[in-house]
Design a protein around this ligand. Structure first.
Ligand code: PEP
Ligand code: MN
Length: 339
């Protein structure tokens, strides 16, 4: 249920209302905007009489909301969430470009990739240390050593790092990681989400291979319900009947999530396409659709990459693409009032 208050509500009446709601075991999430203040009521609101609330002097309107997700719901929090990472911000009109190899393979490989993506315009470095591979015989990642190498690359380039956690037992290694990625296969690993909800690190939550928008938002809700509100949603393509691409990029998710939620949205065109040649077009489409950023696989020597070489861009291609993406982002920003 949400309660929209009149402008400048009487503080005494507001305190009384909050006290009464709390006595009914209702949690209150207050969001103060320029025009109005909104109270998001979380808990069993079935016993609350909507007419009684509506009759209060300080109340403008009361709405019951159907959606089971509350904290990530835009109705509770009309302003976009902006997440600070190092010197950069995700959301709030910024374009975040996370780039780097699928997996950290060696010191030389990650350092050269980090230097190259930084020079090309990336704002964050990606690289998998714990790798969720379909086959147990494929390269599984350098694990702890991979994180150490990412930290080295961060130290040298100043780029914040984003890398995937696969199990809560790995959390200690993530102390110096700036953004913790939850991979598509773990989107509904609820025990992991609960543990991440108790951290204060930004979480890049990838949509599962076959999950609905509501399921995606419920997973974000798991993290936020634990107290960590720094969640970044990431669409990386879903399973459909099409086999030409590795997955099908669901661009409609971007404007849909902008309606449903206040969380920033990042698109991963690399895992969606599975083919490097498709990545630039999908990236441009994502920015034009209003995404807050992209996470793109870039490798200095894709032919010899230990994972996902076929979908990785070479740094020079990424550099040209980054220029185009910033330009599209600028145009979209300046057209906002027109459309
Ligand atoms: C990755 O980012 O390298 C990855 C494994 O992604 P996803 O979880 O989307 O498959
Ligand atoms: Mn990959």
């Amino acid at each position: 249920m949400i309660v929209i208050l009149k402008k400048n509500p009487d503080q005494n009446q507001l305190d009384n209302l909050k006290r009464w709601l709390r006595s009914k075991n209702i949690d209150i999430h207050e969001s103060t905007g320029v025009e109005s203040t909104i109270l998001g009521l979380v808990g069993d609101t079935t016993t609350i009489d909507i007419n009684l609330l509506n009759a209060l002097d300080i109340v403008e309107d009361v709405k019951r909301i159907q959606e089971p997700y509350k904290k990530c719901n835009r109705k509770f929090h009309p302003e976009d969430t902006v997440i600070k990472v190092g010197n950069t911000q995700i959301g709030g009109g910024n374009l975040t470009l996370m780039a780097g190899p699928c997996a950290v393979e060696s010191e030389e490989q990650i350092l050269s990739a980090a230097r190259a993506v930084k020079a090309a315009g990336a704002t964050m470095l990606r690289g998998g240390a714990f790798k969720p591979r379909t086959s147990p015989y494929s390269f599984q990642g350098l694990r702890e050593e991979g994180i150490r190498l990412l930290e080295l690359a961060k130290k040298e380039t100043g780029l914040p790092i984003v890398t995937e956690i696969m199990d809560a037992s790995q959390l200690d290694c993530f102390e110096n990681v700036d953004v913790i990625q939850v991979g598509a296969r773990n989107m509904q690993n609820f025990e992991l989400l609960k543990v991440l909800g108790k951290t204060d690190k930004p979480i890049l939550l990838k949509r599962g291979l076959a999950n609905s928008y509501q399921e995606f938002l419920m997973s974000a809700e798991y993290i936020m319900a634990g107290g960590n509100e720094k969640v970044i949603l990431c669409e990386r393509g879903i399973r459909t009947f099409e086999t030409y691409t590795r997955n099908t990029l669901d661009i409609a998710l971007v404007p849909s999530m902008k309606q449903l939620s206040h969380l920033p949205i990042i698109i991963d065109p690399s895992h969606a396409a599975g083919k490097y040649a498709l990545v630039p077009s999908l990236s441009c489409a994502a920015v034009a659709a209003g995404a807050d950023g992209l996470i793109i696989e870039v490798h200095c020597d894709p032919e010899h990459a230990l994972s996902d070489g076929p979908q990785s861009l070479k740094p020079d291609v990424f550099g040209r693409l980054a220029k185009k993406l910033y330009a599209i982002h600028d145009v979209m920003g300046s057209m906002e009032e027109v459309l």
